[in-house]
Design a protein around this ligand. Structure first.
Ligand SMILES: Cc1cc2nc3c(=O)[nH]c(=O)nc-3n(C[C@H](O)[C@H](O)[C@H](O)COP(=O)(O)OP(=O)(O)OC[C@H]3O[C@@H](n4cnc5c(N)ncnc54)[C@H](O)[C@@H]3O)c2cc1C
Length: 417
């Protein structure tokens, strides 16, 4: 494995950059913003190509600090590998190195530790600071870090995930955080012990949060707008047909029968007309819970076909009014109401730069190499899902994203397109 030879390769990159007229010799070739699965994977692939880079952000911060304690990964083990060029840093390799018994579904803490172990393969190219601002300059980009230091780079790869895209329905928007929080806003579910909690939503996050909060000793009610809760893998026999199942489902297990196969090819997805691509994307990630959840939710009160139409803060907590006129008194509302990609909500992208990025409804329009309409600016992960399909919402998409991105960048070291 050649990843750790980065320093030497980095110097070669510096010489190459300084050949470009008027460039500062300290300019990096690539800055990756975000050290989640996508940022770490892209960096691992860039590094073996000898590209001089730096990754900014705390490794696996979103998974370690924002997801509920005790969570299990929805994706199968085979779809939870963070891609590296030689597949040397797989989940299995980590478990072997850490002497951990492989388990399925995969516990959140194991995945976080796996990501942190993966991060060590990058050596000194990772910087824990966050990026506060990205601006264009004549040779690429000028990035201001949280402490005011300025870094320059020819290219920027945005791999900052879905954190800022939390969707809060209007009725809950103005509530203080002591009364309402989003599923992705905190790790500690034990704070709900002995409390009455309403969980809103019918996706994996809402359903799993409801199970975890219930198991932490709270009195939980799940309130779901749809008439029923859907479960992933409703036809388990379709997964037990050997080679036929492999024709119907890809190993990533994103989407239902047939669609699962299509979304496994993001390049192909990018050629599908947008309207149909959107339809496939939405179908592949529609609200549903894992098959191991119904058992854990057996004693949680479930109200379907209803939504909260009005909320008021009262002396003892919150009064929720549902659309059928019924009322609930609760201490807290947990919103499992998903997220909505909108790159203008990335605080480090100033409005004037966002305006230059061609978009479709908050998602950047991306082409080969995950590049947007601003030369040298690339987006990977969930923000790429409208261009390349729903695989990009998941860790399994790191393989395609990193290979495609790096092959593009490696071939264009001298020109910024
Ligand atoms: C509750 C929940 C469960 C999920 N379960 C699964 C699952 O089982 N399997 C799966 O494949 N996917 C799952 N997902 C989707 C998951 O979010 C993505 O697969 C994954 O996080 C994508 O990785 P990423 O690197 O794009 O984003 P992230 O993991 O969010 O990483 C982005 C990182 O960028 C950092 N960052 C943001 N802004 C800056 C900045 N200005 N400077 C520096 N760093 C910054 C953040 O701190 C963050 O750590 C789940 C999502 C949620 C919310």
């Amino acid at each position: 494995m050649t990843l750790n030879s980065g320093t030497e390769l980095g110097n070669a990159g510096a010489n190459e950059i300084s050949k470009v007229e008027g460039e500062r010799p300290d300019r990096l070739e690539v800055v990756v913003i975000g050290a989640g699965p996508y940022g770490l994977s892209a960096a691992a692939h860039l590094k073996v190509k000898g590209i001089r880079l730096r990754v900014f952000g705390e490794p696996m911060e979103f998974w370690a600090k924002k997801m509920p304690e005790g969570m299990l990964l929805r994706s199968p083990r085979v779809a939870s590998n963070i891609s590296d060029p030689e597949s040397a840093f797989s989940l299995e390799a980590y478990e072997w190195a850490a002497k951990i018994e492989p388990s399925a579904p995969l516990p959140l803490d194991t995945f976080v530790e796996y990501g942190r172990w993966f991060r060590h393969q990058l050596g000194s190219d990772l910087d824990l600071r966050t990026v506060a601002r990205v601006e264009r300059d004549p040779h690429g980009f000028r990035l201001t870090l949280e402490d005011g230091e300025v870094v320059r780079s020819r290219r920027v790869v945005v791999a900052t995930g879905i954190g800022p895209f939390r969707n809060k329905p209007a009725v809950f928007k103005d509530l203080p955080s002591e009364y309402a929080s989003h599923c992705y806003e905190g790790r500690d579910v034990r704070r709900f012990q002995g409390k009455k909690v309403a969980v809103i939503g019918a996706g994996q996050s809402a359903l799993e949060s409801a199970a975890l909060i219930h198991e932490a000793g709270a009195d939980v009610e799940l309130i779901v707008r749809n008439s029923e809760v859907k479960w992933i893998g409703g036809h388990p026999w379709l997964h037990q047909l050997g080679p036929i199942s492999r024709m119907l489902y890809s190993s990533h297990d994103v989407g239902p029968v047939g669609i699962s196969r299509l979304v496994a090819y993001p390049k192909l997805m990018s050629y599908v007309p947008l309207k149909l691509r959107d339809k496939i994307r939405k179908r592949a990630v529609r609200s549903a819970g894992s098959r191991w959840l119904p058992e854990r939710l057996k004693s949680v009160k479930l109200t379907t076909g209803r939504f909260v139409s009005h909320v008021s803060v009262i002396r003892s907590g919150l009064a929720l009014k549902l659309d059928d006129g019924s009322e609930r008194r609760v201490d807290h509302v947990v919103l499992g109401t998903g997220y909505e990609v909108n790159i203008s909500r990335y605080e480090f992208l100033p409005p004037e730069l966002v305006r230059e990025i061609r978009q479709f409804g908050g998602y950047p329009k991306l082409t080969t190499g995950f590049r947007c309409s601003v030369p040298g600016l690339h987006f990977i992960g969930a923000t790429a899902a409208r261009s390349f399909g729903p695989l990009l919402y998941f860790v399994a998409g790191t393989e395609f994203a990193s290979r495609e991105l790096v092959s593009y960048i490696a071939q264009r070291k001298e020109n910024l397109q």
